[in-house]
Design a protein. Structure first.
Length: 336
């Protein structure tokens, strides 16, 4: 009879080692089936993981850029809505008000300007709006409102016009308030930064500035036109009703010019939104390319992995069966 020279203990240990190896391979293959990724990346890259690390770093950077572009696009869209609201309110005191003044219809002129005071507050509130806790129109000082509130700003304006004896004095006082660098708007009403908010990187070395500041010329002109209408309509000046009509004419003319300025601001912001949309698409395309390159390294073939898992499952069942049969084999069972 041929003897193997292996004891029962040695046979059992060898079978256990084979079972452990098979089970480990099954675990790896099961991971590949479940995750779609290769379990042995070192083997898959032939020991050189640097290309994979470079791809992961690039994908991380692209993901971060995509998030920043998305946030910038959302802020720009929110700003566009608020600017549209300001433009619409400003336009109310343009052509219609000028027509009423030209007709010398005081009742219609003052009725047209009747809501100017509340519109002024609404415009200031729009300019103090935020997105994700950051002010949209405060420039680099995104942690605070762009302007003092509407009531406080109007109080500053009416304090200058209350004693103004005629229309010219009122118009000059309001113009100085909004346009003189030493005027009240620049020194006490605008609380934002004179620096623009940080732009967003759309590509390596390319930064797009998308924020609009509340002290922009067009926005100040819009506020000025509605402030003129409010002062006239509320009688917050020392002149006569005739002076009020002169102030309303100035409000109408200023409003018409301010609307053109708001259109220019919104058009510029619209171009920025187009840039951001294009950058988002380009970034997504780059990310997709790099993901394909990464998957070529880390992705497991699902059919191959499933086939290998099924084969290993059969081997494992055989190991269990053989181990069970070997454990039950005893010499005395055959000597009875």
């Amino acid at each position: 009879m041929y003897a193997t020279g292996l004891s029962d203990l040695s046979s059992m240990l060898r079978m256990q080692r084979f079972g452990t190896s098979t089970r480990s391979e099954m675990n790896d293959t099961g991971y590949e089936v479940a995750s779609g990724k290769k379990a042995d990346l070192v083997g898959a890259t032939h020991g050189d993981l640097s290309p994979l690390f470079a791809l992961e770093k690039t994908l991380g950077r692209l993901s971060q850029r995509a998030g920043a572009i998305t946030t910038a696009s959302a802020k720009a869209a929110a700003s566009q809505l608020h600017l549209q609201s300001i433009q619409s309110r400003t336009a109310q005191y343009g052509v219609d008000l000028l027509a009423a003044v030209d007709l010398e219809d005081r009742h219609l002129a003052f009725a047209t300007a009747n809501s100017a005071r509340s519109d002024f507050n609404a415009m200031v509130a729009s300019l103090n709006s935020q997105y994700a806790g950051q002010s949209l129109f405060a420039g680099a000082a995104a942690d605070r409102p762009a302007l003092i509130d509407g009531d406080a700003m109007y109080a500053q304006i009416s304090a200058l016009t209350a004693a103004a004896p005629d229309a010219v004095s009122v118009i000059t006082a309001i113009d100085d308030y909004f346009n003189d660098p030493a005027g009240g708007f620049a020194t006490s009403a605008f609380q934002g930064s004179l620096l623009d908010a940080a732009g967003v990187e759309t590509a390596p070395g390319d930064v797009v500035t998308y924020a609009v500041r509340a002290d922009t010329d067009g926005i100040r002109a819009a506020l000025q036109s509605v402030a003129l209408a409010a002062v006239a309509a509320n009688g917050d000046h020392g002149g006569t009703d005739l002076d009020g009509m002169v102030i309303l004419r100035e409000a109408a003319n200023t409003s018409i010019a301010a609307v053109d300025g708001m259109v220019d601001i919104r058009e510029g912001l619209g171009h920025v939104e187009e840039q951001l949309d294009l950058a988002s698409a380009q970034n997504a395309a780059q990310k997709n390319t790099f993901e394909i390159n990464r998957n070529a390294i880390v992705a497991a073939d699902p059919y191959e992995a499933a086939t290998r898992f099924k084969a290993l499952e059969g081997q494992m069942e055989a190991v269990y069966m053989m181990t069970s049969r070997l454990s039950g084999m005893r010499l005395q069972n055959y000597l009875r």
